[in-house]
Design a protein around this ligand. Structure first.
Ligand SMILES: Cc1cc2nc3c(=O)[nH]c(=O)nc-3n(C[C@H](O)[C@H](O)[C@H](O)COP(=O)(O)OP(=O)(O)OC[C@H]3O[C@@H](n4cnc5c(N)ncnc54)[C@H](O)[C@@H]3O)c2cc1C
Length: 464
């Protein structure tokens, strides 16, 4: 069989792969992309986008319930879960089709099928048309990740759900257990809790959203509890007994195991990289647990083989995957791109209230030996937050006391997932407290709290 030759073959059309393919094509490379399921990957089809569509419905519902606070009348408020899900699937479909259009526009050859590395520089694609052989000097692995399934806590699509099930729920939960309080778990907890499910979150670590700054986690937890969630920290779900219409969870906390019944369980205990059946072992690619080991340029150590995005490890975020995709395409095209700096990648969680952060937490900065200056500003002191009816939240900044470098920024409250990018740009430009204090922030905006938090770190805060 004649093989088709390319400059670059990308395996996986998620935000890592499709962005790498577009950048490669822009730089004049002959590019092919192989995808076994859906253009746009997990992000567009089963991750970032459909969850945000669901959460938007929950947010609007919540605001309708609060109509009176705004002097408005909304009677007989309710929801149709099927319609909410239908909207979310429609948004995902629209964006996935958009990626297909972008492939065409950039003259990228798309092969729908399962890819394996048959040898160095060779990819076999098993699709509807049979097996096709492709060759290229450079191959980019962007096969992503899937839900981690702990023994006994596996999803069954009925009463115990993975994130995929939770996006297309077979029923609306009445009494819900969410195992794991990372971004994925807490977003689903927030969505279903807002729509009225009695929600319990079990977290093995000593706090919810454990990668966030401890103060932000504590603030968020308080809000979740106020909204009616039960939060169990330092707790582990040991076992699930599955019945026809209920699941009995055995939960260990403080050395004691108790049982509780739920009608639905969402297992959100992390993800594992899609490293299997790709032919990686044969080529000598190093794998650490379930992720391909790479250097700072996403090189695997096998000449011309790169790994980007979720398959290459944490942080498991779409923007990290895309940025690595651009970097790798530029490297392949002969450029000299900068490596991606993991500590400058913001993390956003779209629960209610939202959480966003970039850089070091206060504890991490101290652990690294920095003498820190910390600023804080509450939403309560901001005019726009009050006008929006969103007075709950805070902005925290961490500076190096010696140099004034912005080491980290941490936020909880309305719209902080949009605000965080201001600090990301600041960090990219290696900003110091002086630049941030000299910057004029528009009024009235939530962004003024970003200014005030910096001022607070240097005892110059105005509005508290
Ligand atoms: C519920 C949920 C919510 C999330 N929310 C956010 C968020 O708000 N923000 C954020 O930044 N991140 C979020 N993420 C994470 C984000 O989705 C991932 O970080 C991102 O999709 C990783 O991109 P990727 O390109 O590495 O892989 P993926 O998006 O997983 O794409 C990999 C693609 O490769 C294909 N593939 C795999 N193996 C093969 C093969 N052998 N042959 C051909 N094709 C193959 C798959 O079908 C898939 O389409 C969320 C994830 C989940 C699950």
């Amino acid at each position: 069989m004649a093989s088709k030759n390319f400059d670059m073959i990308v395996i996986g059309a998620g935000p890592g792969g499709y962005v790498a393919a577009i950048r490669g094509a822009q730089l004049g490379l002959k590019v092919a992309i192989v995808e076994r399921e859906h253009m746009g990957g997990i992000c567009l089809n089963w991750g970032c986008i459909p969850t945000k569509a669901l959460l938007r419905s929950a947010e609007v519902f919540h605001l309708m319930e609060r109509a009176k606070d705004f002097g408005l009348k909304a009677e007989g408020i309710g929801y149709d879960i099927d319609a909410v899900v239908k909207r979310s699937r429609g948004v995902a479909k629209q964006l996935s089709s958009g990626v297909a259009f972008l492939m065409k526009k950039n003259k990228i050859a798309v092969f729908m099928g399962e890819a394996t590395l048959s040898a160095k520089g060779k990819v076999s694609v098993k699709g509807e048309k049979g097996v096709e052989e492709l060759t290229a000097k450079n191959i980019v692995l962007a096969t992503g990740a899937r839900a981690r399934e702990l023994p006994g806590l596996e999803g069954d699509g009925k009463r115990v759900w993975t994130y995929k099930d939770a996006l297309v729920p077979p029923h609306m939960p009445k009494k819900l257990l969410v195992i794991g309080s990372g971004a994925i778990g807490i977003e689903f907890a927030s969505f279903y809790n807002t729509l009225g499910a009695e929600t319990t979150v079990v977290e093995v670590m000593d706090r919810v959203l454990p990668v966030e700054d401890a103060e932000i986690s504590a603030f968020a937890k308080k809000q979740f509890v106020k909204q009616g969630m039960t939060i169990m920290e330092k707790s582990t779900v040991k076992k699930l007994d599955r019945g026809a219409d209920k699941v009995t969870a055995h939960i260990e906390a403080g050395g004691k195991v108790t049982t509780q019944d739920f009608d639905t369980v969402i297992s959100a205990v992390g993800i594992v990289g899609n490293v299997e059946n790709l032919g990686l072992e044969k080529l000598g690619v190093k794998i650490d647990r379930t992720h391909v080991v790479t250097d700072q340029y996403c090189q695997t150590g096998v000449d011309g083989l790169f790994a980007i995005g979720d398959i290459a490890g944490a942080p498991w975020l779409a923007h990290k995957a895309s940025h690595e995709g651009v970097m790798v395409a530029e490297l392949i095209a002969g450029g000299k791109p900068h490596p991606v700096k993991p500590e400058s990648i913001a993390g956003c969680t779209y629960c209610h209230p939202q959480v966003a952060s970039v850089g070091y937490t206060e504890a991490k900065a101290k652990e690294l030996g920095y003498d820190v200056k910390v600023g804080r500003f509450p939403f309560m002191g901001n005019g726009k937050a009050i006008a929006l009816g969103e007075p709950e939240g805070m902005v925290k900044t961490v500076f190096d006391a010696k140099t004034g470098e912005l080491l980290g920024a941490h936020m909880v409250g309305a719209e902080v997932t949009e605000l965080i990018q201001g600090y990301v740009v600041g960090r990219q430009l290696e900003t110091t407290e002086e630049d941030l204090m000299q910057t004029v922030f528009p009024h009235p905006t939530l962004s003024e709290m970003m200014h005030e938090s910096v001022l607070d770190a240097y005892d110059r805060v105005i509005h508290v």
